[in-house]
Design a protein around this ligand. Structure first.
Ligand SMILES: *Cc1c(COP(=O)(O)O)cnc(C)c1O
Length: 385
């Protein structure tokens, strides 16, 4: 039998460094208020930005989907797992982002792995923002391509790396909205460098789609960029859309290549069709209920104004992700604990998720919050300062 003593020692080290992670068990649906251990908390750490995860119409569509298609999809998409709701959702998502095709993946993590592994091999290079989501970093590693990271949002640094690269195929990948900072990637200069260097540009808009842009079409809508600027668009469905899954949107040839070659697409069971039905309902709400985005921006403005009065150090973010940069890991964990005691849930984000010395409380807002919730948040933050 292997000895687990070494594991225990490294777990203990983690604890001492305040890096030990553990889960809390929710006793009900995701929402602005959640119940944990029988106590209700005001929740400022979900990615359900539009408040759709527990929406009656989305739940109804999910139930109808189960009645019509059962629960399990039973197979991979290329075998017999690809049902009508998957196909309809792909067409509707393509229409939403204004591209010829979209391809559903089971998760955003898998979509990113799939794109990189289908397009890149050992002679190629992937260029990434230093603070990209972990799934994009892992995607480069799995593809076998050389991973070259540029300084955060620094398109001049990217240009230097591109200038000296001898790789056959180059793929530039960035978060559209950075998941732990809430700022937008500088997409126009990235698109320009991509074009000049004959490189692919891929934007993972997990935190932008549904939320950013007047009509919710994400960071590309914000900058008014199209498919010729950003040929590969990745969206996830478990955040703003409130359901589960992900998609890649682009040209016919790109999507067909992914179907043939993306291993994380081919060798996995398709999403339950009922999940696709639920997402079709949430896509409807994303497209028709602009008030969700408007309300979110009012809540964000209210919070930023109040936080400025309290002297909190917030990152430069106009999105529902508002990082309160604390710096020290132990202090971030202690603040998160104190807030929890007072009924406020905000998770402390620590290294290695964020760089050393930049531990933070990642505060997120949802259209399901009310202005009174933000007032309560600010009042309670004031008591823990
Ligand atoms: C959450 C996230 C993912 C992963 O998406 P899942 O569907 O949760 O696997 C990928 N990229 C970014 C930027 C994310 O924030």
């Amino acid at each position: 039998m292997v000895d687990t003593l070494k594991l225990q020692q490294s777990l203990e080290e983690r604890r001492v460094q305040h890096l030990y992670r553990s889960r809390q068990v929710l006793e009900g649906p995701q929402g602005p208020r959640v119940v944990i251990d029988g106590r209700e908390y005001l929740n400022f750490c979900s990615n359900d930005y539009l408040g759709l995860a527990n929406h009656p119409q989305v739940k109804q569509a999910f139930k109808r989907g189960v009645d019509e298609y059962g629960v399990g999809s039973g197979a991979a998409h290329l075998v017999t797992g690809h049902a009508r709701p998957h196909h309809q959702l792909e067409e509707e998502l393509a229409g939403f982002v204004g591209r010829p095709r979209a391809l559903l993946f089971s998760t955003g993590y898998m979509a990113n792995l799939g794109v990189a592994s289908a397009l890149l091999g050992r002679k190629d290079a992937m260029f990434e923002d230093r603070i990209n989501h972990a799934s994009l970093i892992d995607a480069a590693q799995l593809s076998g391509a050389r991973l070259q990271r540029y300084r955060h949002a620094d398109s001049a640094h990217l240009q230097q790396l591109l200038d000296s690269s001898k790789a056959t195929t180059r793929l530039i990948a960035t978060d559209g909205v950075f998941s732990m900072d809430g700022d937008l990637a500088p997409l126009p200069p990235l698109a320009q460098h991509a074009r000049q260097h004959d490189a692919w540009l891929m934007v993972d808009d997990a935190h932008g789609l549904g939320v950013i842009g007047a009509r919710g079409r994400g960071s590309l809508e914000h900058y008014d960029l199209g498919m010729s600027d950003v040929p590969i668009l990745v969206g996830t469905l478990g955040k703003g859309f409130g359901t589960f899954g992900a998609f890649v949107a682009g040209e016919e040839a790109l999507i067909e290549t992914l179907i043939q070659q993306a291993r994380s697409y081919i060798y996995t069971t398709a999403l339950p069709p009922a999940v696709a039905e639920a997402t079709r309902a949430s896509l409807q709400l994303v497209q028709t209920e602009d008030w969700r985005r408007e309300k979110l921006h009012q809540l964000i403005d209210q919070f930023r104004a109040g936080a400025a009065q309290l002297g909190l150090e917030l990152g430069m973010s106009a999105t529902p992700i508002q990082p309160w940069i604390v710096g020290d890991t132990e202090q971030a964990v202690a603040l998160s604990e104190k807030l929890k005691q007072q009924g406020i849930l905000i998770s402390a984000i620590r290294p290695p998720t964020v760089p050393r010395g930049s531990a933070r409380l990642r505060i997120t807002f949802s259209a399901a919050h009310e202005p009174a919730d933000v007032t309560q948040l600010l009042d309670i933050i004031e008591t823990v300062l």
